[in-house]
Write a protein that binds this ligand. Structure first.
Ligand SMILES: [Zn+2]
Length: 208
């Protein structure tokens, strides 16, 4: 289904996680970024060109699960928006020490736009697809960067669409999507740190 070629790159990112907001909100701070080489694998989704760049531990896992995972997430986005929102996208896969199949991710609004995902090198395709985090980052591509003041809106929209994309990809059914969304709302309601605050205040405590 997809074609291949070779190489890799890497970068270091710190993430702050705000439990309880919708199904999870990631605020990322870039500490350093190493230059990246040619893509390991390249494929088309609709008219869009997607490059996969993997660090060594992931590139060493020779099966096709990474492109199957990314290809599925990208195609689910076409299913929602009618077309893939970027004509050229780089996806950077970094090995994570966390137990989760996907530890976290972020979108970098460079040219071309980059999606960075921190993954368990031995993750199975089924668990990568079941994890919301990959779909969440792809959902961010539905909107241009809204600016830091409006990050609450961008994160809320991505937190909604991550489930919709999983349904469109056939990974979960609609009932499960609603269950996960409701559980996210409930975590927010149960989290005392957000009492009396709007989403905007909670996510951007400096007050803009
Ligand atoms: Zn996000």
């Amino acid at each position: 289904m997809f074609s291949r070629s070779s190489s890799h790159g890497g970068s270091l990112v710190l993430t702050g996680y705000f439990p309880g907001l919708l199904s999870g909100i990631l605020l990322t701070v870039i500490l350093a970024a190493a230059p990246v080489g040619a893509a390991d694998r390249e494929f088309q989704v609709g008219n869009s060109h997607i490059e996969l760049h993997s660090d060594e531990r992931i590139a060493a896992a020779s099966d096709s699960i990474w492109e199957d995972w990314i290809g599925t997430a990208a195609e689910s986005l076409v299913n929602v928006g009618g077309r893939f929102p970027e004509s050229h996208l780089e996806v950077h896969l970094h090995a994570s020490r966390e137990r989760n199949p996907v530890a976290f991710g972020r979108v970098r609004r460079s040219d071309p736009v980059q999606v960075h995902l921190y993954v368990h090198p031995q993750a199975r395709l089924e668990s990568l697809l079941d994890d919301w985090r990959g779909f969440h980052e792809f959902a961010h591509l539905l909107l241009p960067f809204a600016g830091n003041d409006d990050i609450w809106f961008a994160e809320g929209l991505a937190a909604y669409y991550q489930h919709l994309l999983q349904v469109r990809a056939g990974v979960i059914d609609a009932d499960e999507a609603w269950r996960r969304m409701f559980a996210g709302f409930q975590r927010g309601l149960d989290d005392p740190s957000g009492r009396e605050q709007t989403l905007r205040e909670l996510i951007n405590p400096a007050g803009m």
